[in-house]
Design a protein around this ligand. Structure first.
Ligand SMILES: C[S@@+](CC[C@H](N)C(=O)[O-])C[C@H]1O[C@@H](n2cnc3c(N)ncnc32)[C@H](O)[C@@H]1O
Length: 418
């Protein structure tokens, strides 16, 4: 261990690249559990613009207030996993700092909406806010408008029961928006996030190959309907793109169907309860060559609480997702809510057999085991009936058997109109 200025640290740990011993601008002590407030106070200079004290358990509120007083230019403040800090000092960030760009207060159980809402309301420069695993119960109603420069908003695993509607404005601007793991509904949702590499990489080639012609036809019908609807008033605003929401986008095997959409500049938004899905979905989009024409954004969220306003998207796509979601009734109600009048819901799902008694029995018997092994996939859902009961204004639905895929059969597919 090196000593630096009498302190038990390696100088390189403390001086960020580009700093010098005399004139450093960034101090960084992540995971140094013995770092104290006194120590930080001792080495802090006015030139410091960034402080990283993540997981330094001895850091107290007075350390943060001192940093704010001593370093008027501070842009980055990282104090995740500092259990002694409270709303009191984080409110001071909002009260006396207009230069803050990145703030990390995650994994601090004492941090509530009191301070976070103040930060959101009074930090015009804020670009990145990490506040996961805190005790935040609400966000300001106009969050989406206040955080004009935001790139990252990470508020997963809090106690939020509702997301402000304006948060949808951020979805277009933010690179990272994570809100899952909140009790966005009552009863609280369990987030399916098992990190199963196999499912993320899901590429059931045999299955996709067999269904390709029929699915291609279905997507082609969807795109034709969207082209026709775009001529109606209000379906697409002036200067806006058609928005398609893929629910449970997974590894985005549907990317290929967007290639022949005959529509320019679709705004494809994929939501998934798995927060690791982005790179897989993006890879599929790149491989299918759809990105020059269309855009793809992925959001970590659940279908049971879609983070979109009422009547805000032109189409929703759900393929092999409603068998897995925790609450299909709620998910379909949410899909219907976010669709614009006349908007389309394309679905493709395997369901419980209506015609083969012995297959039905096997599906019911095997469903718990399948759900356990395959990320929550249920074999015993009557998804067609659930969609019918949701009361869409028009429903074109087909029920059919694929030639293989015994228990992942029969299948329903179709397009419902909101
Ligand atoms: C079987 S995969 C289907 C993926 C893709 N749509 C396809 O056609 O292959 C189901 C996907 O739904 C996601 N999922 C499960 N429950 C969800 C929920 N409640 N909300 C959103 N996505 C969910 C899973 O993480 C997974 O990526």
């Amino acid at each position: 261990m090196h000593l630096w200025k009498g302190l038990p640290f390696d100088k390189n740990d403390v001086l960020k690249e580009g700093g010098t011993e005399v004139d450093f601008s960034y101090i960084s002590f992540p995971n140094r559990k013995h770092v104290t407030t006194e120590l930080v106070v001792d080495i802090l200079t006015e030139k410091v613009t960034g402080v990283n004290l993540n997981y330094c358990e001895k850091i107290t509120d007075s350390c943060i207030t001192f940093i704010l007083k001593r370093c008027p230019q501070i842009a980055d403040l990282f104090v995740a996993g500092c259990p002694q800090i409270t709303d009191w000092s984080i409110s001071s960030v909002a009260d006396c700092c207009t230069t803050i760009k990145c703030l990390n207060v995650s994994e601090n159980k004492n941090i509530t909406s009191r301070s976070i809402n103040k930060v959101i309301e009074s930090s015009p420069q804020l670009e990145q806010l990490w506040a996961y695993k805190c005790a935040i119960t609400s966000l300001p109603e106009n969050t989406g408008f206040l955080l004009a420069k935001l790139q990252t908003l990470w508020i997963s695993n809090n106690k939020l029961t509702k997301l402000p509607r304006t948060i949808t404005k951020l979805i277009g601007v933010c690179d990272h928006f994570y809100a899952a793991g909140n009790p966005l509904l009552d009863p609280p949702l369990k987030i399916v996030n098992q990190g199963l590499e196999a499912i993320r990489k899901y590429n059931n080639e045999d299955y996709e190959l067999e269904i390709f012609p029929k699915k291609e036809q279905l997507f082609s019908t969807l795109f034709s309907c969207l082209i026709n609807s775009s001529k109606q008033n209000g379906f697409v605003g002036v200067g806006e793109k058609l928005v398609i929401l893929e629910v449970g986008i997974g590894s985005f095997p549907n990317a290929i169907f967007y290639k022949h959409a005959n529509i320019n500049e679709l705004d494809i938004i994929g939501i998934d309860s798995d927060d690791q899905i982005d790179k897989y979905a993006r890879n599929s989009a790149k491989r299918a060559g759809i990105l020059p024409n269309h855009s793809l954004r992925t959001i970590h969220a659940t279908s049971e609480a879609l983070p979109f306003p009422d009547a805000s998207v032109n189409a929703v796509v759900s393929t092999l997702t409603l068998c897995t979601v925790q609450n299909p009734f709620r998910s379909i109600a949410e899909i219907k809510r976010v669709l614009k009048p006349g908007g389309k819901f394309l679905f493709w799902e395997h369901v419980l057999s209506e015609t083969d008694e012995s297959l039905r029995k096997s599906q019911i018997a095997l469903s718990p085991q399948q759900a356990k092994l395959k990320n929550g996939c249920c074999l015993d859902r009557r998804t067609g009936e659930t969609i019918r009961a949701a009361g869409f204004s028009k429903l074109d639905m087909e029920y059919f058997e694929l030639s293989n895929f015994s228990i992942l059969n029969p299948t329903i597919c179709g397009i419902a109109t909101a």
